[in-house]
Design a protein around this ligand. Sequence first.
Ligand code: NAP
Length: 215
Amino acid sequence: MKVGILGSGDVARSLGTGFVASGHHVMLGSREPGNPKIEEWARGTGGAGSGGTFTEAAKFGEVVVVATLGVASSDVVRLAGPDYFTGKVVIDATNPLQFDGSGPPRLAIGFSTSAGEELQKLLPRARVVKAFNIVGNAHFYRPTFPGGPPDMIICGNDASAKETVTHLLHEFGWPNVIDIGGIEGARELETLCILWVKTALKLQSFDIAFKVLRK
Ligand SMILES: NC(=O)c1ccc[n+]([C@@H]2O[C@H](COP(=O)([O-])OP(=O)(O)OC[C@H]3O[C@@H](n4cnc5c(N)ncnc54)[C@H](OP(=O)(O)O)[C@@H]3O)[C@@H](O)[C@H]2O)c1
């Protein structure tokens, strides 16, 4: 499958590496062509990874991932061109974090909307699925923890899009995928990111992930 990833940061590159390792072809996109972080990443992918602009990555992907600064993702999609997302599964890995210079981040929006919902509103003809936003990028691919694989929680309005993302998550080594319903569930998933950050700071470890215990 061809995967377009909007972003050049750690999240985009970690996801890109995971998709390449799963046998997919990946293009990472940035505001400017020739982003050095993307070029370096692409050199390590054995030809399966490439770089381009946000527009080129959105056009390239059969599945498109938004992995940019959360509060900039609407601008990024407008820059890329919303038409290039039409009919596609769009994975929203962002969190709309607001940093005030001290302490952990807060959500820039919440309660009555979320980054996931705003993305779906901006792309009414795409099928947005929130995923990957509740864990650190070091553990996106083949997460190994003493207590077994963590759970990935996803949400979105389109059942077949969530099936596609669940399949991709299985390839990434996430056997337990919990679907909490429509894209409005992004409000809780984005809040869970803040909980993840505060817990990591308290435990002084970013090697943490969520798992639901069942009996
Ligand atoms: N850190 C984690 O482990 C983790 C885990 C899960 C989810 N997340 C979420 O994943 C997202 C990406 O995180 P990250 O740390 O990899 O990257 P980031 O530093 O949050 O974002 C970098 C990307 O955002 C773009 N960008 C920044 N400001 C912009 C603006 N004003 N207009 C347009 N584009 C802009 C950059 O474009 P250029 O390429 O042009 O520079 C770059 O592609 C965030 O929403 C984060 O909350 C993070």
